[in-house]
Write a protein that binds this ligand. Structure first.
Ligand code: PMP
Length: 430
């Protein structure tokens, strides 16, 4: 595999961009080697600047659930472009978008569009604070909610991958209002609530966390959180930036049948364009300016091109519910295939999966929270990543991420992924 053009671009990029990339995990620090520069993508494939192609299992970190460069989304964007790229004034598309989100996501009665998942979570916490008149909120260890100051405390995803789960630059004053709890531990929440009686505005979590590697809620956990929050007047926020429109039309809240008070969305909602959204109960969302006093705004929010791409995506998912059974089958074939190959080689590594998300952890322990995720052998993961890449399969370059599958993965491609896995897992244990 020739990657000289990627190497040249990376060296050049480091002169002008911190670490040579615009988002840290892309630098491949955790897996060794240097990043591949991508020229284009189509269906299940990425194509790099040196002419190599890869079957890919990240799909732009989630958005491309139908595969890359889908004709329907491409057409919607091209059509919207004919009329200009931004107006800074309301448009019909935004209304349709809001109506569709309210229809699809159980907890959302009113919604505000923003430009990223980070904006969605930052805004949701502000609104929950304004609504309750309380300052503190609970966050789970190892969960990632974007790079807002108050979330960069025991943060997963790139923050843990780079070794900075508690980022410098976050003031002590900010950090003191973020209360930490381990995921899947209801008693820990009860203790925090008791110790901070009447002071907690919100509890935010990834209902199915992907940012410490994919982890699943234990039976009764989400229901238990719902009960505590209702009892204590705490706003329950599901961060469904990854899981929204992916695990079901209505996200993890539909799949697990637990309805939060607020929901944050991103990724799929923009069809690959920079979009996020937050929404929830009417009485809470009525606090958002100009309906209410909590300020939140955006020059490019509801951007017509982004809305065109997102609407094309959501309309498709809304009218093709069979997509979710198809994705679940693809996920099952890959996750079970990997598990079987591992067992055949006497390796009992943990594979967590649900729908079209999965993670292979290089640990034999069940992974149910941040502590157990961290028992993974990240050096071995790095070697596995490189072996898969050599065989033309592009994975998330970190142990602490989920993989995201798309409908573009045919049985033939799944076979190639499993063959690459079989060879890679053997090579790294030789
Ligand atoms: N929340 C979750 C659950 C996420 O996975 C992410 C990004 N991976 C974010 C928030 C932040 O979204 P963005 O990168 O669009 O700011």
């Amino acid at each position: 595999m020739q990657i000289s053009e990627s190497k040249r671009l990376f060296a050049h990029a480091k002169t002008f961009i911190p670490g040579g990339v615009n988002s840290p995990v892309r630098a491949f620090r955790a897996v060794g080697g240097e990043p591949i520069f991508i020229k284009k993508a189509d269906g299940a494939y990425l194509f790099d600047e040196d002419g190599n192609s890869y079957i890919e299992l990240i799909n732009s970190w989630g958005p491309m659930i139908l595969g890359h460069n889908h004709p329907m989304i491409r057409e919607a964007v091209i059509q919207a472009m004919e009329n200009g790229t931004s107006f800074g004034a309301p448009t019909a598309r935004e209304v349709e978008m809001a109506e569709l989100i309210v229809k699809m996501v159980p907890s959302v009665e009113k919604v505000r569009m923003v430009n990223s998942g980070t904006e969605a979570t930052m805004s949701a916490i502000r609104v929950a604070r304004g609504f309750t008149g309380r300052d503190k909120f609970i966050k789970m260890e190892g969960h990632y909610h974007g790079h807002g100051d108050s979330f960069l405390i025991s943060a997963g995803s790139g923050a843990i991958t780079m070794g900075n789960p508690d980022s410098p630059g976050v003031t002590v004053g900010t950090a003191k209002d973020t209360l930490l709890a381990p995921y899947n531990d209801l008693e820990a929440i009860e203790r925090l609530v008791e110790a901070n009686k009447g002071e907690i505005a919100a509890l935010i979590l990834e209902p199915v966390p992907g940012n410490m590697g994919l982890t699943l809620p234990l039976p009764g956990y989400l229901e238990g959180l719902r009960e505590i929050c209702t009892r204590e007047g705490i706003v329950l926020i599901f961060d469904e930036v990854m899981t929204g429109f992916r695990l079901a039309k209505g996200g993890a809240q539909e799949l697990f049948g637990v309805t939060p008070d607020m929901t944050t969305l991103g990724k799929i909602i923009g069809g690959g364009m920079p979009v996020g959204a937050y929404g929830g109960k009417k009485e809470i969302m009525q606090f958002v300016s100009p309906a209410g006093p909590v300020y939140q705004a955006g020059t490019l929010s509801g951007n017509p091109i982004a809305m065109a791409a997102g609407l094309a995506m959501l309309r498709y998912l809304d009218t093709h519910p069979e997509v979710y059974a198809q994705l679940a089958l693809i996920g099952r074939k890959i996750a079970e295939g990997i598990t079987k190959i591992n067992h055949d080689q006497n390796l009992n590594y943990t594979v967590n999966f649900v729908g079209s998300m999965y993670s292979l952890f290089f640990t034999q322990q069940p992974v149910i929270d941040f502590e157990s995720a961290k028992t993974s052998d990240t050096v071995l993961f790095g070697r596995y990543f490189q072996e898969m890449l050599k065989r033309g399969v592009y994975l998330a370059p970190s142990q602490f991420e989920s993989l995201f599958l798309s409908t573009a993965l045919t049985d033939e491609l799944i076979g190639r992924i499993l063959l690459a896995h079989e060879e890679s897992i053997r090579v790294i244990h030789q």
